[in-house]
Design a protein around this ligand. Structure first.
Ligand code: SAH
Length: 352
């Protein structure tokens, strides 16, 4: 069976090429073509024709197809619907900030975590993505926008810590100086809080940012929103995050989606401040993005300000996620669902 070249790290490529009896630098040459988005082995013009033919007999290169694209007229945020080689669909988002361009990637098709407010989990988990399928989301968006991607956030559909090995390989590939050379400090992995896997990630000692979807300060409220809260208590979760922060020297971000009448009361604010006091962390408040089929709504901008000010007055650093791409289906999973259900009311831009 043919293997996927795009799934290989530079070290693996070099070994694979030396196994065929080729010089070591062939691995680096191929790696660089792949990172430039070359999908046709015949376009790797610094390889002799015979070698290209040999390579084609043993390898293929994953290519994601852009099925649909939605561009926000507010801020240029672009959401992509990609088709994978087996026909499954995933979403990715490209966001432009003053500090650079950020790619938000999916790590699985669907998601097993079943959070009540999230569109990605409504269909359950279908499968993990390969490293190549994650990498090609970056390569394809970068090529489509003719834009260098400086930041990567693993915050699209799926739970990245359930696909840890492939995710770690992806991180090492995109960070490699012979490739996209995206700094580890510009890579953020978001998890719903799988404690054993947080420890495993810490053991890799990658200086990436860890974001944890907390969304509640008490187990009782968290269990209403996130099934994973039935498995792990908040206290154990923040202790695992402390261990991560200590090992990597990186402060952990707690994501908190503000949901009216669920987790945005004064009591919630106080409980959150008590929980996070004196921890090496930061809170990212997210006005919840309403998804079809759920009744959750975010509070008013005054509610959000009050929440932010209360936490800050207790010494906890807070940011409020800029609501990007509100005019497109920005919440993960929504574009795919709407495409599968109906296209009505959406103004698509044809892919180039
Ligand atoms: N499984 C991972 C990463 C994917 S979700 C995780 O749970 O962190 C990325 C972030 O978006 C998480 O914080 C998630 O809770 C949040 N999210 C999902 N649906 C949302 C919605 N409708 N509104 C606001 N945030 C949402």
């Amino acid at each position: 069976m043919k293997r996927d070249l795009l799934n290989l790290s530079l070290a693996e490529l070099t070994t694979a090429m030396s196994d065929i009896g080729w010089p070591l630098f062939r691995g680096q040459q191929i790696f660089q073509w792949l990172q430039k988005g070359v999908k046709d082995i015949d376009k790797m013009t610094n390889l002799p024709k015979n070698d290209r033919d040999k390579l084609k007999n043993q390898y293929f290169i994953t290519k994601l197809d852009i099925i649909k694209k939605q561009v926000s007229h507010q801020d240029g945020t672009t959401k992509y619907l990609f088709q994978l080689p087996d026909g499954e669909l995933i979403e990715s988002v490209l966001m432009k900030y003053h500090h650079g361009t950020s790619a938000c990637l999916s790590t699985q098709v669907g998601c097993a975590m079943g959070c009540a407010f999230c569109a990605s989990g409504q269909e359950g988990l279908i499968r993990n993505l390969t490293t190549a399928e994650m990498l090609d989301q970056i390569i394809a968006m970068s090529a489509d926008q003719v834009e260098r991607i400086s930041h990567v956030v693993l915050m699209g559909s799926g739970e990245p810590l359930q696909n840890l090995q492939e995710v770690v390989k992806l991180i090492k590939i995109v960070n490699h100086e012979a490739g996209l050379h995206i700094s580890m400090r510009h890579i953020t992995l978001s998890t719903c809080g799988l404690i054993p896997e947080i420890h495993q990630l810490a053991d890799y000692e990658l200086p990436i940012n860890l974001a944890v979807s907390l969304h509640a300060a008490s187990d009782e409220v968290r269990r209403r929103l996130m099934p994973i809260a039935r498995r792990y208590a908040i206290q154990e979760l923040v202790e695992a995050c402390d261990a991560y922060a200590q090992k990597t020297g990186r402060r952990v971000t707690y994501e908190y989606a503000l949901i009216k009448d669920v987790n945005n009361s004064v009591l919630d604010m106080k409980a959150l401040a008590t929980l996070l006091k004196n921890r090496l962390c930061h809170v990212n408040l997210i006005p919840v993005n309403p998804v079809e089929g759920s009744h959750y709504r975010s509070g008013s901008s005054d509610d959000i300000k009050l929440f932010k000010n209360t936490l800050e007055s207790k010494g906890i650093p807070v940011s409020v996620r800029r609501e990007m791409g509100n005019d497109i289906d920005a919440a993960c999973g929504q574009l795919k669902r709407r495409t599968q259900n109906s296209n009505e009311g959406i103004h698509w831009e044809e892919p180039r």
